[in-house]
Design a protein around this ligand. Sequence first.
Ligand SMILES: C[S@@+](CC[C@H](N)C(=O)[O-])C[C@H]1O[C@@H](n2cnc3c(N)ncnc32)[C@H](O)[C@@H]1O
Length: 364
Amino acid sequence: MQSTPNLDQFIPNSLTRLAYQSFQESKKVFGFTHKLISDRLTNTVIPEQQSKSQPLSPEIFAKLQVQLKALEEKDWQDAQAGVYPNSLLFDNPWSDFFRYYPEVWLDMFKIWERLEKKDYQKFDAAIDKTGYPDYYLQNFHYQTDGYLSDMSANLYDLQVEILFNGAADAMRRRILAPLKRGLQEFSHLPSRQLKVLDVACGTGRTLRMIRGTLPKVSLFGTDLSPAYLRKANQLLSEISGELPQLLQANAENLPYLDNYFHGLSSVFLFHELPASARQNVIDEAFRVLQPGGVFVICDSMQAADSPDFQVMMNNFPAIFHEPYYRHYTTDNLEERLRSAGFVDVQVENHFVSKYWTAYKPKQQ
Ligand SMILES: C[S@@+](CC[C@H](N)C(=O)[O-])C[C@H]1O[C@@H](n2cnc3c(N)ncnc32)[C@H](O)[C@@H]1O
């Protein structure tokens, strides 16, 4: 078992800050360069792809840089405030990076084939597709085999980091402060008795961060993809602390008792769901949470609070396969949370993400 070194004890804070800024900067340059080259190649092979999106104006680009800097500052400040240790700022799947980065390029040939054929529901014949909701059987982001192969799970974290220019983890970490705050309601209980579920945990990145933040709580993760759960199991078993319990389950129908969890999180799920499924997931979250429990959602920004970035919200579903995204950007999740019974719904935005924190009312 590999434990994360406690950087805070040995290195002056100014150096750690410089290292964090350099780390983020290098991920940004890497992601930007990768996308520049891969977009040019794609536009050469499939010229009509270029006309699907609008270029970002220099003003929007500058605003985006300001938002990204603000996200990084918040990430740093939350670590300094003790929400999580500095070491979490540097957590990165390095071995997967070196092992699978070449595969990201090789996968482009398959992506181009699907793009040319406009075939966005293509799965390897060996993949068993029974039992999944129809809306799920998609090549989201043109991923080969959607979420249903081991190779897709191996490439996913890398692809997301590239997509967000290295800011994906900093955006995920924004759920940690509200989650930790919400769990204070149960501070009379020993940490081990607290149960936290990450819904649609994917490869377990968020669970890894929750483990770093709340080392003792009992962690759970569910996802529809057996391949992503296998990957999560592998990545989570590398870190210290108890292994989270992972279960394959549709988030619309969670296999847990009523009032079971003290905290729930869900990251980057809702934009991949049709509207009715979004409501079902929120209703399920309400059911499995204990009274006083907290639910924190992280997903894409929406049209109403980020009008400057509307062009990006138009481009995203046009250049990636994201069939439910457009509706998501105008969906009122606050209203959905309230209609499920949640109270004290708070909303915040960081970079290109939006966060909802909601509570199940305490028992009277
Ligand atoms: C964009 S990924 C996000 C994964 C992870 N939370 C993260 O932060 O990277 C969406 C995840 O949601 C899962 N998913 C989509 N629809 C689902 C559903 N109805 N029930 C459970 N998981 C679902 C997918 O398998 C995938 O792992």
